[in-house]
Design a protein around this ligand. Structure first.
Ligand code: NDP
Length: 236
């Protein structure tokens, strides 16, 4: 396995992003995480960046390039929810979620693509969600942002697929993090009943799939949507 690559994970201070960063560190990669608060796991370089701010994203990449080298693998993981039903959803509820989840990926991947084109090698991994294709009442903003990532990865594959760059989507189902802990107990129980695996996953179960997509074994996979959802979204 090639382990001299530089990885940048957005939102690597907690949850799924943190587990992804830990997994790459364990495999010997040079790993940077962006965080608005807190720090990434041991062995990572933490850089400050809010993904809604293009200048902050640019500065974060410059710092990573100076300290670790050009970024070959980018994981757009930072994401937020602001759940409410359509009629109650404000412009800001919609815009802020789309700007973080989809716009954030745009800013980060655009910046990363410069170095990838120079290197003629790159892995773009976008963390979507089962609800992007399955739909979810109360999450029109979030589901729209997450399905947008599919069109993003597939268009990027058509733009840059011939330059040694792959772009894939990982679509987690329900993962034990702060995001799902915030759901009411009743909603959590309902979801558990509808997941064929009968349980939520750990962040590390997502991290393993992300690390595999970054590996040389996955060089011929691009534009794919890879579910990590215990069977919840089958066929979607
Ligand atoms: P958490 O709420 O635990 O963590 C979210 C991460 O995103 C934090 O690191 C947070 O940073 C960061 N973040 C949020 N907004 C911004 C921003 N504007 N700029 C920079 N960083 C930001 O979420 P999870 O770990 O659960 O989720 C990670 C990703 O996985 C998200 O994209 C989420 O949509 C997706 N996902 C999660 C699922 C789940 O079941 N948990 C299921 C499907 C998808 P900070 O700490 O500074 O706020």
């Amino acid at each position: 396995m090639t382990t001299d690559r530089v990885v940048l994970v957005t939102g690597g201070n907690r949850g799924i992003g943190r587990a992804i960063a830990e997994r790459f560190v364990a495999q010997g990669y040079r790993v940077a995480v962006t965080a608005r608060s807190g720090e990434g796991p041991e062995g990572t370089l933490t850089v400050r960046a809010d993904v809604t701010d293009a200048a902050a994203v640019d500065a974060a990449f410059t710092e990573v390039e100076q300290k670790l080298g050009p970024v070959g693998i980018v994981v757009a993981n930072a994401g937020v929810t602001k759940d409410t039903l359509l009629l109650r959803m404000t412009e800001d509820d919609f815009d802020s979620v789309v700007s973080t989840n989809l716009g954030g990926a745009f800013r980060v991947v655009k910046r990363a693509s410069k170095g990838m084109l120079r290197a003629k090698w790159g892995r773009v991994i976008l963390i979507s969600s089962v609800v992007g294709l399955y739909g979810s009442a109360g999450q029109i903003n979030y589901a729209s942002s997450k399905s947008g990532l599919v069109g993003f990865a597939r268009s990027l594959t058509r733009e840059l697929g011939g330059r040694g760059i792959t772009a894939n989507v990982v679509a987690p189902g329900f993962i034990e993090t702060d995001m799902t802990a915030a759901l009411p107990d009743e909603t959590q129980a309902e979801y558990r009943r509808s997941i064929p695996a009968g349980r939520f996953a750990t962040p590390d179960e997502v991290a393993g799939v992300v690390a595999w997509i970054a590996s040389d074994d996955a060089a011929y996979i691009s534009g794919a949507v890879i579910p990590v959802d215990g069977g919840l979204g089958m066929g979607h």
